[in-house]
Design a protein. Structure first.
Length: 357
């Protein structure tokens, strides 16, 4: 092996060790400096010194790969996985749990309650060693972010509540209040659908090889048409009906319906009408008779004009209540998922500060 070959080997092993340290949440300033020193000295070191660096790196790499219970050889892990994703730009990045499980078998020892995190959960790693990530970790779940959006929008609506009075209208305050109401309505649907998509995705990965799914079930969970080789969307209501039914074991009937779950009834009826008035607004008027007369203004426009705080409160509470009810069913059937981020409104009528921690 030439000196140049040795330098190249030392370089990629430095990167591999740095990544492994980050994966173990041990890339502190001291470890980062040690790797940087090797990189610096390797640029001009003779062959013997380069071999010493290589042997030292190999020893440390083996140690941390053992900690992580790595399922690939060092060169495979680096050249086929780490290098294509990170290259030399080692920085903070997110890695999904399902991918971490394919690479490593030791995270139950590194992350408390590892098994309760869903497959789609993204864990943050400080590959660049810029934040001193050695005692805590970051995780990202779309359903949590959208839940927080809903809660924050609702709280802001409460704080900015405004009712115009004859002869005195503050248009900015009025429009700001309506903005928060609209945002809370939309976010409640984004949150519930993200949660439903999440349990479908998580179930598919958890059940691989453990339970035989029909192609129809796989397609429904993945919103895909395998016969035509293209996406096929599942409606919001069908997800509420079918996803729990599939996940809980091919029940004869959906476990939650508009009949036995008032929260679901709200979300697929009056709440859905309000949501559609915002997403698919149309000025057309309906021919229906309301209060003994025909309406000159279409109901989608009326919905935007007439939306009230109590309407939004009902929708937001239904979104939280539905997810809590569905989570209770999942937990009772052994599908343990981490939902300690889910809170109801407190005695003040708003979502508490711990909602956003």
């Amino acid at each position: 092996m030439t000196v140049q070959d040795l330098r190249s080997e030392v370089a990629w092993k430095c990167n591999l060790l740095q990544a492994l340290l980050a994966f173990c949440f041990q890339l502190d300033s001291r470890n980062k400096c040690n790797i940087q020193d090797i990189r610096l000295h390797a640029t001009e070191a003779p062959a013997k010194k380069l071999r010493d660096f290589r042997d030292l790196l190999d020893k440390e790499i083996r140690r941390f790969m053992s900690t992580l219970r790595c399922r690939a050889r060092p060169e495979v892990l680096y050249h086929r996985i780490i290098e294509p994703e990170l290259g030399d730009k080692l920085t903070f990045g997110y890695v999904p749990k399902y991918f971490l499980k394919e690479l490593f078998g030791g995270y139950s020892q590194l992350i408390p309650d590892w098994d309760s995190y869903p497959a789609q959960c993204l864990f943050g790693f400080d590959f660049g060693g810029e934040f001193g990530q050695t005692k805590s970790f970051e995780f990202f779940l779309p359903e949590v972010v959208l839940y927080e959006d809903m809660c924050l929008a609702y709280n802001l609506a409460v704080l900015s509540k405004y009712e115009s009075k004859p002869g005195s209208v503050d248009k900015i305050r009025s429009k700001t209040f309506k903005l928060h109401l609209h945002t809370a309505i939309l976010s409640s649907f984004y949150f519930v659908e993200a949660y439903l998509n999440g349990i479908a995705f998580d179930f598919y990965f958890r059940m691989k090889g453990d339970r035989q799914l029909s192609q129809e079930e796989i397609d429904k969970l993945g919103e895909y048409d395998s016969e035509r080789g293209r996406e096929r969307w599942v409606s919001f209501r069908d997800k509420m009906l079918q996803y729990p039914k599939i996940v809980l074991g091919r029940l004869k009937d959906p476990p939650l319906t508009e009949i036995n779950c008032p929260e679901m009834k709200i979300l697929v009826s009056e709440a859905r009408a309000l949501r559609d008035s915002l997403v698919h607004n149309s000025p057309k008027f309906e021919l229906e008779v309301v209060g003994g007369k025909r309406q000159l203004i279409g109901k989608k426009v009326r919905s935007i004009i007439d939306v009230k705080m109590e309407d939004v409160t009902t929708i937001v509470d239904a979104a939280v209540g539905y997810v809590k009810k569905l989570d209770g069913l999942l937990q009772a059937h052994g599908h343990h998922r981490k939902v300690d981020w889910l809170f109801e409104r407190d005695e003040k009528g708003i979502f508490p500060a711990k909602t956003f921690e």
